[in-house]
Structures are given as C-alpha cells and as structure tokens.
Design a protein around this ligand. Structure first.
Ligand code: MN
Length: 346
C-alpha cells in the first residue's frame, strides 16, 4: 500500500536513480528545478546533440534567466569569412565545459535557469534584413526578462542587439574587448558592417558614452590617431600596449567604478586575443591579449549589472585545431558565471 510518506520516498528514489543512471540523450532537471547539463562522469562527453554546454534546447526564452543564442552570419566581415559557422563550432567545443567554475566557485546551474535557444533565422543575402531579424528576435528574448549570451557571428550583430537592449534598458554601459574599435563610419560606402556597429550605436543614443571602455585595441590605422573618435565620444580607450606584461585585475577595478550600478553590455571579439591563441577569426592583429587576461576581464565584470553579453568573430575554417572555438566556449561560460544573481560557494 502506498501512503503519502512512501510515495514521497518512491519519488525521491526515482530522482536518485535518474541521477545515477543518466541515460545518454536524457536532459534532466536538478532537485532545485534548474536546468543542469549531464556530467561527463556519467554521460560520454561526445554523445548528444550539440547544444551550448549540453544544456537543454528550447525554442523560446520563456522561463529562462539566461539563454545562449547563436547569430550565424559573416556577411558583415571585411576579410576572412567563416564566422557564420561560429555558433555551431562553439557549441561543439563546449562539450568540454563542466558545471562549476573551479577558480571563482560560481555555480551557475544552481542559481539560474539556462538553456540554448538556438539561432536567429538570419538572411545571408541581405545584411540589413538580417539586422532587422536580430533586433526583432532580441526584443522578444529581452521581453521575457532573459539575459542573452550571444555566440557570433561577425561583430555587425552587436548593433541590432544593442538596439533591442537599449529599447528595454535605456542607454547602456559597454565593456568592449576587441583588437578594433569598430567605430568606422562607412566601409566601401556601406554603413552596416563589422567595422561600424559602435558608431551606429552612438548615433542612435544606445550607449551611455561615459560608461564605455574599449580594451585591447591595436594594429595599423587609417590615421595617426585611430581612436580619436572613440575618445571624443567620452569612451575610455585601453590600447593593448597598456595591457602588455601585466595583470588586468587593477584595470577592471577602475572599469567597475566607471560602470557603476547601471545596465552594462559586454561585447567580446575573439580577435582581442592574440592570434597565436585564437587564430580562427576574420581580421587578426598581432600582439594581442592572452587568454589569462581575457579571463581577468570577464571575471572582473562580476558585480556589474550585466544585461547581455556576446562573443563574436570565431571563424572555424581558420581554426584548424578547434582551440579558438574552445576558448570562445570557455569565455561564454565565464560570462554566464558573472551574471547578476549567480551563486558562489565561499
Ligand atoms: Mn570587433
């Protein structure tokens, strides 16, 4: 006979069994009611459908605190193509990710409901129409209160994403990590491309310009002061030479002060990293940041009021080892680990 007590016991046993068995392909919920990816202790790392971090896929952002979302375009790129394959390669390499951050002791899957919500249905033949599709998709995502963690795609996508973000939050602070300022006016006569998104954002009042920092800028320029326009807008520009040979922990203390408590968007172009570490990208520049400095920047965003993050410009055809996409997957996990309301173990 089943009384209430034994029914509870039975349900508890099923839960424990389910955790112990963890049959391949089965996504499960933890006792706490959050999505938790299956552990490679029990489910072969290489098995399963390639969602980001092996999280469940769901088709909308409803009910989520944060969502991974892909924007597979490279039609805005000026040099090497291939970033349209970025989201799927990042997902593939993300199978190495585990559930906890060993360094910061963040436990994202004990505090937020997270899933992979697939890709924006882009138009590969029309970049402006793609921007419209991105804007409309992000509007819907943001309406649910979900924080988007975007896998690019070339950097053009930051413009329509920030249009949707500013519509919801007002002008935002921006932590922009990149080899390039991406503040060009036009390229080949075109206003929309991966070298112009932040100029468009400023023109439309999407950024709180005193709360913008650009980190890692370098390379040859079209004029002696390639970053004059950024500085004129009130951006803080941290050229890569200021980053060489040093920890960026002190810089990030200043960045946190600059950002204050207002909403902040984090946009990380993988080409900020040295091409020795991340060769799979569209417009590489030598003498870049190290992966360690990349981690210091993202971990230094802990405590900010982050309302969205992206990791862009991974180009798998130039990523012969997969390490660029692997780095991108890890950086995206680190972004998840610094979102507001994340639980940390002491
Ligand atoms: Mn960029």
């Amino acid at each position: 006979m089943f009384n209430q007590g034994s029914a509870r016991m039975f349900s508890r046993c099923v839960q424990v069994l389910r955790r112990k068995l963890q049959v391949s392909q089965v996504r499960y919920l933890s006792d706490r009611g959050f999505n938790v990816p299956p552990s490679a202790e029990f489910v072969a790392r290489v098995s399963g459908i390639a969602t980001m971090g092996k999280l469940p896929f769901q088709s909308s952002a409803a009910g989520l605190d944060a969502a991974f979302i892909g924007v597979p375009i490279d039609t805005g790129t000026s040099n090497r193509p291939g970033a349209r394959f970025g989201p799927r390669q990042i997902r593939s390499e993300s199978f190495m990710l585990r559930a906890y951050n060993s360094a910061t002791r963040a436990a994202p899957y004990e505090s937020l409901m997270v899933a992979d919500i697939g890709d924006v249905n882009v138009n590969l033949y029309d970049l402006k129409d793609t921007c419209r599709r991105i804007r409309e998709t992000y509007r819907e995502v943001l309406q649910t209160g979900c924080i988007p963690l975007t896998m690019g795609g070339d950097h053009t996508i930051a413009y329509p994403i920030l249009q949707a973000v500013a519509e919801r939050h007002g002008p935002v602070g921006l932590v922009h990590v990149d080899a390039h300022a991406d503040t060009g006016d036009t390229s080949l006569g075109e206003k929309i491309g991966h070298g112009t998104p932040f100029r468009r954002c400023v023109e439309e009042g999407l950024l709180d310009c005193g709360r913008v920092v650009q980190i890692g800028l370098r390379g040859t320029g079209y004029s002696p002061d390639n970053y004059a326009w950024s500085r004129e807008q009130g951006f803080r520009v941290v050229q890569v030479e200021e980053c060489w040979y040093r920890s960026l922990v002190p810089l990030m203390e200043e960045v946190r002060e600059q950002m204050g408590s207002g909403p902040v968007y984090l946009s990380f172009d993988i080409d900020a990293l040295d091409p020795g570490f991340a060769p799979g990208t569209g417009t590489p520049e030598i003498a870049g940041l190290t992966p360690v400095q990349g981690l210091e920047i993202i971990r230094g965003c802990r405590g900010l009021n982050l309302v969205g993050c992206d990791l862009v410009e991974v180009s798998p055809p130039y990523d012969t080892t997969g390490n660029t996409a692997l780095t991108a997957a890890n950086l995206l996990f680190e972004m998840l680990c610094v979102l507001p309301k994340i639980k940390y173990y002491d």
